[in-house]
Design a protein around this ligand. Structure first.
Ligand code: HEC
Ligand code: HEC
Length: 221
């Protein structure tokens, strides 16, 4: 274990503690289901979202951490995360409704990511390398050092990215690279995405889309 590894783990733990200090509002699933009626046109009734090649992909919300979902909705509302489509819908929700929809989507079973099937072996191998080991020549830390083993997420700070749609992962990494998304603590993702080539972004997006999002899903595959 070298010093770089130790300080990296220390950084992740520190951030988790800061985020855990925020008091989350209690959400109600039944009210959340009602409030989610306006969301299903894009995120779908089962929360699976949709991969839209060359367009704006709709992320899967099913099975994401409730506090992470709530944070994103507050960020869209406050303009800290900039997306015209979501600003409109987040603005329709008050704080209680945000907690309710977050509770609702978080308990829906995770569905499989789309958009990774056309990737070839070489691209997928590169994606797996970045996800599991990183690339020290390019100063890219492995994704799983923060997003957890298999990219299944850690607490409310590091979202699950396994089984998310390739198009959505791709848009987000590109947004961080181009500095159009910068709403995470200390802009960790910005620093990482800037070190990635467009091929790297494509590779890691395709690989994660093909991974199971949860242990339940793994057992049915
Ligand atoms: C017209 C389509 C559309 C509708 C309707 C819509 N969304 Fe979205 N949503 C999107 C898109 C596109 C994104 C990705 C935005 C981006 O790239 O930053 C998104 C992102 C999100 C995210 C961030 C997910 C993540 O993993 O970070 C959340 C949470 C979310 N939407 C919740 C909702 C809720 C709750 C509603 C209903 C009140 C809703 N959305 C309605 C299209 C839509
Ligand atoms: C040092 C920690 C760290 C590392 C390493 C890291 N991430 Fe992240 N990532 C985060 C944090 C924190 C967020 C949450 C951002 C927020 O709160 O809006 C995030 C969010 C994301 C999201 C958005 C998910 C969503 O639902 O909107 C994607 C996609 C993502 N990371 C991909 C990756 C990939 C791919 C890698 C590896 C190349 C990686 N991350 C490495 C910390 C990290």
């Amino acid at each position: 274990m070298n010093n770089t590894y130790v300080s990296r783990v220390g950084l992740c733990v520190g951030i988790t503690l800061i985020a855990a200090g925020a008091v989350a509002q209690e959400g109600n699933m039944e009210r959340g289901q009602a409030a989610a009626a306006s969301c299903s046109a894009c995120h779908q009734a089962d929360g699976s979202g949709m991969n839209v090649p060359d367009g704006e992909s709709w992320p899967r919300l099913a099975g994401l951490d409730a506090d992470y979902i709530a944070k994103q909705l507050h960020d869209f509302k406050a303009g800290r995360r900039d997306n015209a489509t979501m600003a409109t819908f987040a603005n329709m929700l008050n704080d209680q409704q945000i907690a309710d929809v977050a509770a609702y989507y978080s308990q829906l079973p995770a569905t499989q990511g789309q958009g990774g099937d056309e990737a070839n072996e070489t691209l997928l191998a590169r994606g797996q390398q970045l996800a599991e080991r990183g690339d020290w020549n390019a100063y890219i830390v492995s994704c799983q050092s923060c997003h957890g083993p298999g990219g299944k997420g850690v607490g409310d700070t590091f979202p699950g990215i396994a089984g998310q749609h390739a198009g959505y992962i791709h848009t987000q990494l590109t947004a961080w690279k181009n500095e159009t998304r910068s709403n995470d603590p200390q802009n960790l993702m910005g620093a990482i995405a800037k070190r990635m080539s467009d091929d790297d972004i494509q590779a890691v997006s395709a690989w994660y889309a093909k991974q199971p999002a949860s242990a339940d899903q793994e057992s049915t595959q």
